[in-house]
Design a protein around this ligand. Structure first.
Ligand SMILES: Cc1cc2nc3c(=O)[nH]c(=O)nc-3n(C[C@H](O)[C@H](O)[C@H](O)COP(=O)(O)OP(=O)(O)OC[C@H]3O[C@@H](n4cnc5c(N)ncnc54)[C@H](O)[C@@H]3O)c2cc1C
Length: 455
């Protein structure tokens, strides 16, 4: 158990930072969270505009409270009611495939896909033992999928899910990481969204910190991690203020933490070299529709806009914007009515990955694709807002990427950078260090693993 005399500074209030802060404060550590922004939650933050609660990105949560995001709260002695979740089922999720909408997955035969083969692959995924999954950690998802099916529609569907999960094309995504993440999601059947916008999750973690006597400082950017005799001793803020602590945990990406905030001179040269060579996930283009009235009862729509997943991803990687793009479209205010004023509707469409910096072209492509699902959406717009990777970078940093350290075959499992560094009492946490799973759950798993490492 932690010692009440031991002080911990957590740099950053993203999911990983706020989760480890909550768990350590619950164990008796004296925790201070330092967040550079006036907002908490990092890439999982939300803001208000004209009565709408609008997330920075586009978020749904693979396992909601049933997964690692809820496990963090359980470890802090909080009940499952600490966050009120709504699930994306009821009505059943829809798939719009090249303009035709079906229930997913029940209706895929209507698209011409071999539904029995799809269900066979899903059964294989759901029942695969962990040791077998482990053997597929460093195998590409495309290679594994091609062994399971020759059906292009089925391949496109799994490739689309891989883009949503990891923002990594199936030829580079880890088959093992994909199967484990999908298995958990399918077994829990709890994909959903929290009441209060996605910021409700980090908020609930930081409530634990405050309830245990810890401190959360916003507008507190750290410019330096202090190291003496190969041990972290505190931080210096950009204001010049120095705060001493027995332990420093950084929720900022390893590139920034190791090479800049701490300084690479404190680490073995091959470690710093390795950090410099990491591959991060690209960003997404997000279009948010605040509507004057409700136009749909759907909760979650998947859209596949191109008939060949590999060609689609090649186009994007070669700086071309496809005419119709793949989208994840949660109808946020049907998941959480508090995110829109009475009678209005909030719909967010996210396209992953989005690389070319011609954002006008992306906006047009996303709007045209959304119109395949909601043809007259433009008539109902109160305002729209777009978010580009540059805007994510400007606000939270992390290169503007969606997830962080890419979950490709070279950067998963034992090949992931550990939360523990070679500097004593300096740790990393978040979707760039350790962990496994999807986005926020990767970051929460990173914190859960780190909580076990700290005595
Ligand atoms: C567009 C988009 C869509 C997404 N969709 C989903 C989804 O549907 N489902 C899902 O599960 N995940 C999704 N994600 C991914 C998920 O949001 C991230 O993987 C996760 O939130 C990252 O958490 P983290 O712990 O790494 O913290 P980060 O979000 O990286 O937060 C780091 C924090 O550190 C702060 N900070 C940085 N530098 C300093 C400094 N010097 N001093 C003090 N503070 C500092 C930042 O301001 C920030 O608050 C999405 C992300 C984006 C961008």
């Amino acid at each position: 158990m932690g010692n009440a005399q031991q002080s911990v500074i957590v740099i950053g209030s993203g999911i990983g930072g706020s989760a480890i802060a909550a768990m350590l404060s619950h164990r008796g550590y004296k925790v201070t969270v330092l967040e550079k922004l006036n907002l908490i939650g990092g890439r999982c933050c939300s803001r208000e505009r004209e009565g709408f609660i609008i997330d920075l990105g586009v978020h749904t949560f693979s396992q909601s409270g049933a997964g690692p995001l809820g496990e963090v709260l359980r470890q802090c002695g909080r009940g499952d009611d600490a966050i009120a979740w709504t699930y994306t089922k009821n009505p059943t999720q829809k798939l719009n495939y090249l303009g035709k909408t079906v229930e997913f997955p029940k209706g895929i035969a209507k698209l011409g896909a071999n539904a029995d083969e799809y269900m066979g692959i899903m059964t294989k995924i759901v029942t695969m033992p962990l040791d077998e999954i482990e053997k597929l950690r460093h195998v590409g998802l495309a290679e594994w999928l091609r062994r399971q099916t020759k059906d292009q529609i089925i391949y496109n569907i799994f490739a689309y899910i891989s883009e949503l999960y990891f923002i990594v094309p199936p030829r580079r995504a880890s088959a093992g990481e994909f199967i484990r993440s999908m298995q958990e999601q399918a077994l829990k059947r709890a994909s959903g969204y929290p009441t209060g916008g996605c910021k409700a999750i980090p908020q609930s973690y930081l409530d634990v910190v405050r309830d245990n006597g810890g401190t959360v400082e916003k507008n507190a950017p750290v410019r330096k991690i202090l190291i003496e005799n190969n041990a972290a001793t505190g931080v210096e803020l950009t204001s010049g203020e120095v705060i001493k602590a027995d332990m420093v945990i950084s929720n900022v990406d390893p590139g920034m933490t190791i090479l800049k905030l701490a300084g690479e001179q404190y680490f073995p040269s091959d470690y710093a070299e390795n950090v410099r060579a990491f591959t991060y996930t690209p960003g997404a283009f997000i279009l948010k529709f605040a509507l004057k009235e409700k136009i749909t009862d759907e909760k979650f729509v998947m859209l596949i806009g191109h008939p060949n997943a590999d060609e689609y991803l090649d186009m994007i990687e070669n700086d071309l914007v496809p005419e119709k793009v793949n989208l994840m479209i949660p109808v946020i205010s049907n998941l959480d009515p508090t995110t829109a004023p009475e009678g209005k509707q909030l719909i967010i469409a996210g396209s992953f990955p989005a690389i070319k910096p011609d954002w006008d072209a992306w906006e047009k492509a996303v709007l045209n694709s959304v119109k395949m699902v909601f043809p007259d959406i433009e008539k109902h717009i109160q305002f729209t807002e777009s978010t580009t990777p540059e805007e994510v970078e400007k606000l939270v940093g992390e290169g503007g990427g969606v997830i962080g350290l890419a979950q490709n075959t070279e950067q998963v499992g034992s090949k992931r950078i550990s939360q523990k560094t070679s500097v004593k009492n300096l740790y990393l946490v978040g979707s760039e260090a350790g962990g496994w799973g999807i986005g926020t759950e990767l970051a929460a798993n990173s914190a859960l693993e780190l909580n076990k490492m700290i005595p």
